[in-house]
Write a protein that binds this ligand. Structure first.
Ligand SMILES: Nc1nc2c(c(=O)[nH]1)N[C@H]1C(S)=C(S)[C@@H](COP(=O)(O)OP(=O)(O)OC[C@H]3O[C@@H](n4cnc5c(=O)[nH]c(N)nc54)[C@H](O)[C@@H]3O)O[C@H]1N2
Ligand SMILES: Nc1nc2c(c(=O)[nH]1)N[C@H]1C(S)=C(S)[C@@H](COP(=O)(O)OP(=O)(O)OC[C@H]3O[C@@H](n4cnc5c(=O)[nH]c(N)nc54)[C@H](O)[C@@H]3O)O[C@H]1N2
Ligand code: SF4
Ligand SMILES: [Mo]
Length: 750
């Protein structure tokens, strides 16, 4: 059956396609300030302001429209995509459109809070900014004096991060990490860097719109609503591209695929090796490309010699003829073929090696640096506003990480957590932290450990917009203005063409007493006596200065939102051109000298992983299209579309247990951990008998999030067995197994 683009969009947004296009009266959507019977305004009466979406990290640029309410006050009405933006291509996904719910959410944090009472119990008093910031600055100085400034750690995510990174470096600490690295994409960054001399970064430079064959290995585009990629994938399908999806679950992408390979979980490296085996043995690789640009082909050839499709079948459950046929399909499309690097690649602890195998396959097919394969992206760098030099800290995240995980390119959250535990005997200790725009009790596995670390700190500052779970562990909570109410540093992410995008406030003043992150960081800096690091009055001054350095201005950016620049480098390798790669050999390394020099495997090896014990099912987690983790679950508009998660269970398993569709169950994992809340079962053939699927982000346990509290179950609670990636320290989270409890367990919930 030929799939049309319309179908794909419809399916990927699960029936909320209309939402992406307009404010949808169908859904009973009215902006927070309009009475039900009021007319929805038209664009000609509206003001518009440029923005960059903060609902996920694809960073689409858009326009916020505001209109005047009955009292003549300007109010936010809608957000749409910016037509000149490569990330959004003029369209936002449902979450982006629903972003205004973050502004109108009545549960928002509106005042600074200081804990009175015990950690873990939410007894806070509202205080002034002056009181909150002085308290923080005093405590930071105290911790700095007692343990060294390095003892203050920063955990961050999103555009708020850079403001606080600057504050921390000015203060004298580089103990900085984010869950979007060691809990997300680091294995593929290192796997690609080792192979091609360059990581992948975001948005991934996969030339999906021009491809003839897209291979998705666990990458669940469709549930994973990375806007530009979802749009390009529907275009590719329209143009007749073949999609191959490798996923134990019949994902949205699988439903759009010519080949769905329902692989036995944790065996992907075997499949990748078998594909290499076929491609090499049958001489299907790009000979000229391999000869000219790669290093280590003979080593690879002998390495994969025995990894036949017949061998891989015994590991993966994928039939040999399917392995061959898909290999032929890829080779037939080459070089316009993409074996997608994936994004959330922390699965089983051999993730850098799996990512390497993916990179090698791209190299064999000659798709790296080729049209329809992986292109060379470019970014526009904005100069840094001049300020005093940072002092060199005595130790940093690197000191405590790279002795063990030699190739970690950025801070590893779990290592910083380890250094905050009471049992840490090292003289290097984490004794206080800032947590900005990240919910580390939900996003770093082994919740109990994270909580023990937080309990052992002398200062925990949480900067957030919502009273999420993490705020419950704070000593001080600082309410940040939502992205629609604030400036941030400009978006400078890579894309086909270098570009910058502006986010500016669409209202005079943020709600309540909330403040933008840049302001909070600067005020704390001033209280710490760090004026020379903040030699500007406000962020507009910084932005205007930066923009002028690249030939525009704040004034112009306010009008256009996005500015593109001419590309300076090639998008693809010109035919037959000489090319130098940033690897030890200067070539694409099929055998990695970088890994081998550090004592890791230079060629990817298959490792056997545990399969599910009797009566237990592998816990597979992922995304739902209309939410981003837990950051949107309380959003009134998005919560309206989906307020809880469902647990996918195979009909055979449901029958064995006597479970009915929509029945509520609790889950218990291999370590006896039971979910706080029950989850409804969705009985479906789309999942195998050895696994269950639970979308991440639900099962919130902060009562102050009135719509999200207790809705569905949280995968985070159940992930207690962690498989650490040797090269990077990333936390593989997919080796956890759960069983069902059909009765309410005897367990106290928070
Ligand atoms: N169990 C499990 N763990 C996971 C994952 C999983 O699927 N399952 N996924 C992993 C992945 S891929 C990633 S990237 C990480 C992400 O993990 P996190 O960084 O923790 O993720 P978010 O949900 O983006 O961050 C949420 C917090 O940011 C707050 N927030 C939202 N907008 C703003 C803002 O503008 N300003 C401020 N100050 N705060 C804001 C929200 O209210 C919320 O408290 O989690 C990883 N951990
Ligand atoms: N709507 C929405 N979109 C998002 C996000 C969101 O929160 N909401 N978050 C964004 C972020 S930060 C990230 S990192 C990305 C993550 O998005 P991806 O990189 O696409 O996600 P993964 O978590 O790696 O993959 C999840 C898929 O892997 C499958 N899977 C599980 N085990 C195995 C296995 O052993 N082998 C194979 N081949 N497949 C397996 C699952 O069934 C599921 O379909 O999504 C991004 N997009
Ligand atoms: S993909 Fe959606 S949520 Fe993510 S930045 Fe774009 S519009 Fe926002
Ligand atoms: Mo992520």
């Amino acid at each position: 059956m030929k799939t049309t683009r319309r179908d794909f969009i419809k399916i990927t947004s699960m029936g909320v396609g209309g939402l992406a296009l307009s404010m949808s009266p169908v859904l009973g959507w009215v902006p927070g300030f309009l009475e039900d019977d009021e007319q929805i305004p038209d664009d000609s009466k509206a003001q518009r302001y440029p923005t960059v979406c903060e609902v996920c990290f694809w960073k689409c640029a858009g326009w916020i429209y505001t209109v005047k309410d009955k009292e003549g006050k300007e109010k936010i009405w809608k957000i749409v995509g910016n037509e000149n933006d490569q990330h959004s291509r003029g369209r936002l996904c449902p979450r982006g459109t629903g972003g205004i719910g973050m502004y109108y959410d009545k549960d928002r944090l509106l005042n600074p809070l200081i804990r009175v009472g015990k950690p873990g119990k939410q007894t806070f008093k509202e205080v002034s900014w002056e009181e909150a910031l002085s308290f923080i600055a005093d405590k930071m100085k105290e911790i700095g004096n007692k343990y060294g400034k390095e003892s203050m750690a920063l955990f961050h995510h999103g555009t708020t991060g850079p403001h606080f990174e600057h504050l921390f470096k000015a203060f004298g600490s580089d103990s900085i990490a984010e869950p979007a690295i060691a809990q997300c994409l680091v294995p593929r960054e290192v796997g690609f860097k080792a192979t091609f001399g360059k990581g992948v970064s975001s948005p991934e430079p996969t030339d999906i719109r021009n491809t003839r064959c897209l291979v998705l290995i666990g990458n669940h585009l469709g549930e994973n609503m990375h806007n530009g990629h979802v749009q390009e994938m529907s275009e590719a399908i329209d143009n007749g591209a073949t999609i191959i999806t490798v996923d134990p679950r019949f994902s949205t992408a699988a439903s759009k695929s010519k080949f769905w390979l329902p692989i036995k979980p944790a065996t992907d490296i075997a499949l990748l090796l078998a594909w290499m085996n076929v491609i090499i043995k049958e001489k299907l690789y790009d000979k000229q490309y391999v000869e000219k640009y790669t290093y280590g082909f003979d080593l690879l050839k002998s390495h994969v010699k025995n990894f036949t499709p017949e061998w891989a079948y015994t590991k993966t459950g994928i039939k040999p003829d399917i392995i061959r046929e898909t290999a032929y399909t890829m080779a037939g499309a080459a070089p316009a073929v993409i074996i997608h690097p994936g994004r959330h690649t922390v699965w089983y602890g051999d993730d850098t090696q799996r990512s390497r195998a993916i990179a090698i396959l791209n190299a064999l097919l000659g798709s790296y640096g080729r049209k329809g394969g992986i292109y060379f992206p470019e970014k526009k760098r904005l100069p840094k506003f001049p300020h005093a030099e940072y002092e060199e800290p005595k130790w940093t995240w690197k000191t405590i990480t790279r002795n063990k995980y030699k190739l970690a390119p950025l801070g590893v959250t779990n290592v910083l957590i380890d250094y905050a535990l009471p049992e840490n005997k090292s003289d290097k200790k984490i004794k206080g932290c800032f947590i900005t725009a990240t919910n580390i009790v939900k996003s770093i596995p082994d919740q109990k450990k994270t909580i023990r670390a937080l309990d052992n700190m002398e200062l925990v500052v949480v900067v957030d917009t919502m009273p999420t779970e993490i705020t419950g562990y704070a000593d001080v909570v600082l309410p940040e203005a939502v992205y629609l109410e604030r400036y941030d540093y400009a978006r400078t992410n890579q894309h086909r063409k270098p570009n910058i995008a502006l986010r500016m406030p669409a209202v005079d003043k943020p709600a309540g007493n909330s403040k933008p992150g840049w302001w909070i960081a600067r005020e704390i800096g001033l209280k710490l006596g760090l004026e020379e690091y903040f030699p500007w009055k406000n962020i507009e001054e910084v932005l205007d200065w930066q923009f002028k350095k690249v030939g525009t201005s704040l004034e112009e950016m306010k009008k256009i939102g996005v500015k593109e620049f001419e590309k300076e480098d090639y998008l693809y390798i010109p035919d037959g051109a000489d090319w130098e790669f940033n690897t030890p050999s200067g070539k694409i390394e099929l055998f990695s000298n970088l890994l081998a020099a550090e004592g890791y495997d230079g060629l990817p090896k298959f490792t056997e992983h545990k399969q599910n014990p009797q009566g237990f099912y592998r816990l597979i987690y992922g995304r739902v299209p209309m939410h981003t983790f837990g950051r949107t679950v309380n959003n009134p508009y998005l919560n309206d579309l989906r307020s809880e998660n469902h647990l996918w269970v195979n009909p055979k398993v449901a029958e064995d247990w006597g479970i009915e569709n929509e029945q509520e169950v609790w889950l218990e994992n291999q370590d006896g951990i039971i979910t706080d809340f029950p989850v409804k079962v969705r009985i479906t053939q789309r999942i195998n008998t050895d696994a269950v699927y639970l979308p991440h982000g639900f099962g919130g346990d902060n009562k102050k999030m009135t719509r999200a509290f207790g809705k569905g179950a949280s995968d985070s609670e159940l992930i207690t067995n962690i498989k650490i990636d040797k090269e990077t320290g990333a936390t593989g989270m997919r080796e956890n197994f759960v069983t069902f409890l059909l009765e309410k367990p005897d367990k106290e919930t928070t």
